[in-house]
Design a protein around this ligand. Structure first.
Ligand SMILES: Cc1cnc(Nc2ccc(CC#N)cc2)nc1Nc1cc(C2CC2)[nH]n1
Length: 324
């Protein structure tokens, strides 16, 4: 059975599970916690139990087109991801006339983005602990031939406020089943995190997520984005040329192992990148004795090409579909 048939079969099963009862009969909607181009996410509480959940309201019509099947794709990926401690769990799905509502697990700690870029509150040992968890989630997905394709600090949630929160990967809107009969070459993702093979329209594999892991590690350690340029064109050029540098001002308090880890995943040839499983054995993540690591002190620097500060919330980058 090829990937498409597999996901179509799941989609058929999913459609039978989508509830058409009044969502608000079962949940009380509270404040908005996230917003994208075609989705709004609100905190909600289950009326009978009081348990907190997140409700992701997805518009079925976008730019005048019916996008119900696109939304089903996200639901199918969430279903295939099954239940794993590092992945946001899908609880149930409702459908109204204009929206599909995904009820998911609630992660109270919010976006990793806020902690590592806005608050800049991460020490290297925090980054190591969280990076291990991100890779645990990716190993689970990649073992099932699921590639996330939109790994960025905004899509990585924490279960509690820093520093004791654990990782929950969310937003499977771009996730795909790969390594099946047909190639997937969609050009999707968020500019700063897009892998070079996406820009050169080559087949997407699970190693495409490992490029995102490298950019994530760089941003979590420095609050700066390794390839960001003044505009998307410049960013894509920096990515395609792998214009990767480790300026002293950003890395003087960061271990050699961390820089070596980043160099081993930010590799243009996706077949040469460390896999998620290999990464857990890299000295940076393998070492238990991170006691020597001092606090990271972010020194705001000018912006030589490629080392722009990761975007702050007002200009938070959104995921884009470059082909449509
Ligand atoms: C406290 C909180 C604060 N901010 C966000 N932002 C956010 C980021 C990405 C997406 C993109 C998606 N999907 C949606 C919201 N999510 C939160 N908790 C969630 C959010 C969720 C599920 C993912 C919705 N559970 N707990």
């Amino acid at each position: 059975m090829n990937g498409l048939m597999h996901t179509e079969n799941i989609a058929k099963k999913m459609k039978s599970k989508i509830k058409t009862e009044q969502f608000s009969d079962f949940y009380t909607i509270e404040e908005e916690i996230g917003r994208g181009k075609f989705a709004v996410v609100k905190l909600c509480s289950h009326r009978d139990t009081g348990y907190k959940f997140a409700a992701k309201f997805l518009k079925k019509r976008r730019r005048g087109k019916d996008c119900r099947e696109v939304i089903l794709q996200e639901i199918v990926m969430l279903e295939m991801a099954l239940v794993h401690p590092r992945l946001i769990d899908l609880v149930e799905v409702y459908e109204t006339r204009h929206e599909i509502v995904l009820i998911t697990e609630y992660a109270a700690g919010g976006e990793l983005f806020h902690q590592c870029v806005v608050e800049e509150s991460f020490r290297e040992r925090d980054v190591i602990r969280l990076m291990r968890q991100i890779l645990e989630g990716l190993i689970f997905l990649h073992d099932r031939n699921i590639v996330h394709l939109d790994l960025k600090p905004q899509n990585i949630l924490l279960t509690k406020e820093h520093p004791e929160g654990d990782i929950k990967l969310c937003d499977f809107g771009f996730a795909r089943l790969v390594n099946m009969d047909e190639d997937i070459r969609d050009i999707i993702g968020t500019p700063d995190y897009v892998a070079p093979e996406i820009l050169s329209y080559e087949p997407i594999k699970t190693s495409t997520d490992m490029w995102g892991v490298g950019v994530l590690a760089y941003v979590m350690l420095t609050a700066h984005s390794p390839y960001a340029g003044d505009n998307n064109q410049e960013t894509f050029c920096n990515i395609s040329q792998n214009a990767l540098e480790f300026p002293e001002e950003l890395f003087d308090n960061i271990s050699e192992n961390a820089q070596d880890f980043i160099k081993k995943v930010l590799v243009l040839d996706q077949d040469e990148r460390m896999t998620a499983r290999d990464s857990l054995s890299h000295p940076w993540l393998r070492n238990e004795d991170m006691i020597h690591v001092t606090n990271i002190v972010h020194t705001p620097i000018g912006s030589p090409i490629g080392h722009r500060r990761a975007h702050s919330p007002p200009t938070k980058e959104t995921s884009i579909c470059l082909t449509k």
